[in-house]
Design a protein around this ligand. Structure first.
Ligand code: ADP
Ligand code: MG
Length: 349
């Protein structure tokens, strides 16, 4: 593959190359890339803003995350935060710090993913910044979204008795990561070995190329359902339930048999000797939405194919529990996946 040094283009040449295909689709984007700042017209709506930073070696590993997917993921995870406020994402800015280890072609790949995500979600790339870095790659995305003034949803609005609802299925991204980590270890010990990823496409995509649930935000508006509180699932369901509880000053009760998992994720968890329920509760990076609704809205979600009612909020703020499939009530633990792996290794030894 051809390798063009970033130096040979210069900063402005590089920015032009990476952003030349940018199109503005949103009516709220009055001015985009090319001036000192972008100009946005919220047209009477509330503006929602969210920023995330991705650092090589901390948030991603380029030995298995293709740059194209990384660009896509950087956008999608930011749009997920905007959606979690019940807003529709409209614009993004993308800032990168890059070391000379990266070629112009590598950055083309990254931006192919960025532009793809912008097209899929209909958001506009309206600016950014470009810097060199002494080591590695850093990507910062800021996402903007618009919401009607009375429709923004925070983490703090849940009431006792509200139903807890989750979108899609959980645990897939975590199991995708387990498969990638396993194949990386195999590859490091025998570099000629071909990675065995076949059959796992679904969970690999969940890990490498997650989607923001903008479809859910549109559908909630269509059925006239405003959640009482909402958060996106970046760290794992249990941890996000704790966030909603803390912000709303409530407790929560979850039912294990209501937690949504797909068959393949379940099977791979079993193959890895992991408890599928733990993967759903602590796996993270699913980027599904978790929200609460008033009991009066039960009929609106009851048979919705994308939504699962998994529990309810409790008056007692100290109480967070999980009712197991055997009907036993146990304390819900908000442990991250680092912890989970350790406890699992503990079980094996
Ligand atoms: P300034 O010197 O005012 O910061 P820049 O030369 O950094 O301007 O940027 C010129 C234009 O290109 C601006 O509109 C900026 O938002 C945009 N831009 C710069 N870097 C990027 C990038 N990595 N991705 C997208 N847009 C960028
Ligand atoms: Mg700049």
């Amino acid at each position: 593959m051809q390798r063009t040094e970033i130096e040979s283009l210069g900063e402005f040449g590089l920015i032009r190359r990476l952003t030349k295909q940018t199109v503005l689709r949103q009516p709220s984007s009055l001015m985009g890339i090319g001036d000192d700042a972008a100009v946005i017209n919220p047209d009477g709506k509330r503006v929602v803003v969210s920023t995330d930073m991705l650092v090589e070696g901390v948030h991603f590993d380029l030995s298995y995350a293709p740059l194209k997917h990384l660009g896509y993921k950087a956008i999608a995870v930011n749009l997920s935060d905007v959606c979690a406020m019940n807003a529709l994402p409209t614009q993004v800015t993308v800032s990168i710090a890059v070391s000379s280890r990266f070629s112009v072609e590598a950055l083309d790949e990254l931006y192919t993913g960025v532009h793809k995500a912008c097209a899929v979600y209909g958001v506009d790339l309206v600016g950014g910044d470009t810097s060199s870095s002494t080591s590695g790659l850093m990507i910062t995305v800021t996402a903007l979204g618009l919401v009607d003034s009375d429709q923004a949803v925070s983490r703090s609005g849940a009431k006792a008795g509200d139903l807890l609802v989750v979108t899609g299925e959980l645990g897939g991204a975590y199991m995708g990561l387990q498969v990638l980590e396993r194949e990386k270890v195999v590859f490091e010990s025998a570099p000629t070995a071909q990675p065995d990823l076949s059959g796992h496409e679904g969970i690999l995509e969940r890990q490498l190329k997650p989607e923001a649930r903008i479809d859910i935000i549109r559908e909630l508006a269509e059925i006239g359902l405003k959640p009482t509180s909402m958060i996106d699932i970046s760290d794992g369901l249990a941890s996000e339930v704790f966030h909603l509880c803390t912000s709303s000053g409530l407790g929560a009760k979850l039912y294990e048999d209501k937690l949504p998992i797909d068959d393949h994720t379940y099977k791979v968890a079993r193959d890895f000797n992991l408890d599928p329920t733990m993967c759903m509760l602590s796996g993270g990076e699913d980027y599904e939405l978790l929200f609460t609704i008033s009991q009066e809205d039960y009929e609106k979600v009851r048979n919705h194919p994308k939504l699962s009612i998994i529990g309810h909020m409790l008056e007692e703020a100290e109480k967070k529990s999980l009712v197991t499939k055997n009907g036993i009530e146990t304390p819900l633990k908000a442990q991250g996946w680092d912890n989970m792996q350790r406890s699992n290794q503990g079980e094996e030894s």
